[in-house]
Each structure stands twice: as C-alpha cells, then as structure tokens.
Design a protein around this ligand. Structure first.
Ligand SMILES: [Mg+2]
Length: 228
C-alpha cells in the first residue's frame, strides 16, 4: 500500500451527516408538534449557516451558536421554546443517526487489515463515539480523535500535533488524510505536512488556494491511490 497510516474524517466521508441531520430535525420538530417541511428545513439551514458564519468571523462562540439557534428559529415561527433544552434534545437525536455512506463499511473493514486506521473528526465526543459504534465502524480504528477531546480542531496545526503525538512511530510521508471538506480536512492535512485525499462526491468546484494531493469522487476510488 502507498500509505500505512490512514486518517479518516467521519461526517460526509464515512457517515451520511445530511441524513443524520434531517432525521434529528424531523424528530425535534415533532416534539414541538411541527412537521419538518422542505421550507422549514431550508429556513433552519439558512439560519444555522448564518450563525456558524458568525462563529467563524469570531462574532459568536460555539456555545452561543448551539444554545441560541433553536430559540432564534422557533421565535421566528412564533413559538416560544427553551433553546438550550431543545439543543440537548437535538443532540440526543443526532447521536441516533449513523447511516453509512455508500459501501464505506466494507472499505473500512478491508483497509483495516492492510493499514493503521484512525478517525480525525470535529464534533462532540459522545455523539461521534455513539454513531461510530452504532455503525459498527469503531473496532476498525486504532484510535478516535475527536476535536472536543483534543482542545483543538481541524484544520488547526495543534490538532494534528496532538494526533501525531499519539500515533506510535508515525511517519508523515506514509500518512494520508481522507475527507470531504477542503477547509478542514484538506487544509488541515496541508498545514500538518501530510498528503491529502479530497472526497469530492458532490463535484464541488476545486479551490484556488487549497490543493489536495488527490481528488476522488467516491470512496472506492481510494484503492486506485493506495494500490499504486
Ligand atoms: Mg466531513
């Protein structure tokens, strides 16, 4: 194999986060007696995206985003809710979502016999462990690195320093990160000095600034790179 240490992103690389999010929102809205229509889903996503954009600009903390979002959203619908309580409910529903993307299970199971696999994911530790366990992926990984536990997140160099310090005999030239996000996975890999594989399954436009070592459209194509 071309690489012997494989760092996998989780959401929208191995697990279908879009499906997980939709299921969780559907369940959450039902607890408020509402049906998640396409319109409401769109409104929620626009609002949520706006809050995370404020977070990235430094205008809001992560806790402010997650603890305010449902209050803001339901207030616009004329429904008064306890925003923090709804966020906790939503978090539980998110934990229940673990749809696999394509044949990621077979690929991970197979690769785990040929290389050392690690998870590198931004998110809440309890949520990610539960979803990986339920998807039966957990045993294939030597270790799981969730940003919440590391104190840093992709694409920060400190996050990768933390990860590399915990992988025995790590050789950067034999290590590659696989993920769907240019701004966190690929940028992070570049910052950390390792090769990168961009899973561009939605055929997004390439970036002028962030150049992956390889680009694939489906996870299976990873074999073309690894078996080279
Ligand atoms: Mg991802």
């Amino acid at each position: 194999m071309r690489y012997n240490t494989l760092l996998f992103d989780v959401d929208d690389t191995l697990l279908d986060f879009q499906a997980t999010e939709k299921q969780a929102l559907t369940k959450l809205f039902a607890t408020e007696g509402l049906t998640l229509s396409p319109d409401l889903e769109e409104q929620y996503k626009t609002m949520n995206h706006g809050l995370w954009a404020a977070f990235e600009r430094g205008g809001k903390t992560r806790d402010e985003v997650v603890n305010q979002r449902f209050g803001i959203f339901f207030e616009a619908l004329g429904v008064r809710v306890d925003s923090v309580e709804l966020e906790n409910r939503y978090r539980k529903f998110l934990e229940e979502g673990h749809d696999l993307l394509g044949n990621s299970y077979q690929i991970v199971a197979d690769l785990s016999t040929k290389a050392d696999l690690y998870v590198v994911t931004n998110g809440v530790s309890q949520t990610q462990y539960r979803r990986l366990t339920d998807a039966r992926l957990l045993p294939f990984f030597k270790e799981i690195f969730v940003s919440e536990d590391t104190g840093y997140q992709k694409p920060m160099k400190e996050y990768f320093d933390y990860v590399f310090a915990r992988i025995p005999n790590l050789d950067k030239s034999d290590t590659v990160i696989i993920g769907d996000s240019l701004s966190s996975d690929i940028k992070g890999g570049i910052v950390a000095g390792i090769d990168t594989i961009w899973l561009n399954s939605k055929s997004e436009q390439a970036s002028n600034e962030i150049h992956p070592t390889y680009t694939i459209n489906q996870l299976e194509s990873i074999y073309r790179i690894l078996e080279n």
